[in-house]
Design a protein around this ligand. Structure first.
Ligand code: NDP
Length: 337
């Protein structure tokens, strides 16, 4: 049984030294417990926050603890009445081959599943985040222009496609020509701009001739700088994430631009609202799953997984996620189905 622990807290970008792989015996379930074999492990940007002990909405992983993470697993042995060997389960069992559970927070998905890794992506936490942030805070109206960055990723890809279904003009922002091509040609966005281009701000302005009504914030940084002057009166900004800043060790240098931002919010009557998906919307997950399952089944929402083989490769994959190396929802295949 391999487990990956947090060995030390990163300063800036995480490195391989911040993680430690250890091998233990496979645990045995007591009465009321199940033994789970991890098949898929989700890697997500929030994990960078858990590696740090800065104040957050959730407690940090302690040094020497197993890294946390969403998992799709199979029941190996069960001493729990609700689970049988062979059942698929959705849980939060972290970076390890095997885990014990008392069933708390564990969702039984039954013995038959097609592509269960989708429950970590388009049909899981990231898809749900995209859906609620867009619909509840973004409130898309037909004919409006929406901009979303990390557009080929787990959240951004769903934001843009749902906004298209709601009748918006959708402009993506992504890193590199290949991701941009995918976003337009496969996902059906109206345009996509490469944030690494020297003239990124001009390209974004050209792609948004009517300004921006909804900016779904996934990254912050230079993308937000380019978005600000394009915002229309009564624009909405669901603040979902600011991944460009997750490795920052302090505030950036330069003049204090807070009065400028507050002035813009005031004059343009902009609404900016943050949210934490399961804290704020947990009770809506069932309705989301029903709707998204239908759209995915009908081919109206497409998704792409970036599947990395081997638990031992999780640290490097998480480091890469924060540098834009993933292309699609990042998932570790820990074991064969
Ligand atoms: P993605 O699959 O989109 O992967 C992260 C992507 O972020 C990278 O591939 C890269 O895409 C982009 N990125 C990284 N650094 C930068 C940078 N400096 N500037 C611009 N883009 C960058 O991740 P998710 O879809 O899982 O997450 C997207 C966002 O949603 C994150 O900010 C995350 O924290 C947030 N989130 C928030 C939740 C909530 O409850 N509020 C829940 C889930 C996610 P590219 O190469 O295209 O730039």
């Amino acid at each position: 049984n391999r487990r990956i622990l947090l060995a030390s807290r990163p300063h800036g970008e995480p490195t391989a030294d911040n993680f430690r792989l250890e091998t233990t015996d496979i645990p045995q379930p007591a009465t009321g417990q199940v033994l789970l074999r991890t098949v898929y492990l989700s890697l997500d940007p929030y994990m960078r926050g858990r590696m740090s002990d800065a104040p957050s909405y959730a407690p940090p992983v302690e040094i020497g603890q197993v890294m946390v993470g969403g998992t799709v697993s199979r029941v190996v042995t069960s001493q729990h009445p609700d689970f049988k060997p062979g059942d698929w389960v959705l849980g939060y069992d972290g970076w390890q081959d095997y885990a014990l559970s008392d069933g708390n927070g564990l969702h039984n998905l039954g013995a038959q599943q097609t592509q269960p890794s989708r429950l970590l992506g388009v049909l899981g936490m990231p898809g749900f985040t995209a859906y609620m942030g867009l619909l509840d805070i973004g409130r898309p109206q037909p004919g409006e222009t929406l901009v979303v960055a990390a557009a080929s990723g787990a959240v951004g890809s769903v934001v843009g496609q749902v906004a298209r279904l709601k009748g918006c003009r959708v402009v993506g922002v992504a890193g590199g020509a290949e991701k941009c091509r995918y976003v337009v040609e496969e996902l059906g966005f109206d345009a996509c701009v490469d944030h690494r281009a020297a003239d990124f701000a001009e390209q974004l302005a050209a792609a948004c001739p009517q300004g921006i009504d909804i900016y779904y914030e996934n990254v912050g940084g230079a993308v937000f700088d380019a978005v600000m002057p394009l915002l229309n009166a009564r624009a909405r900004i669901p603040v979902c994430g600011i991944i460009a800043h997750y490795n920052a060790t302090g505030l950036p240098d330069g003049p204090d631009r807070l009065p400028m931002l507050q002035g813009l919010i005031l004059r343009k009557r902009i609404r900016m609202q943050g949210f934490i998906i399961f804290d704020d919307y947990g009770s809506e997950y069932g309705d989301f799953l029903q709707q998204m399952g239908e759209w995915v089944g009908q081919g109206k929402i497409k998704f792409r997984e970036d599947m990395v083989d081997g638990l031992e490769n999780a640290p490097q994959a998480l480091i890469g996620l924060l540098q834009g190396k993933n292309f699609g929802k990042l998932v570790i295949r820990v074991a064969d189905e």
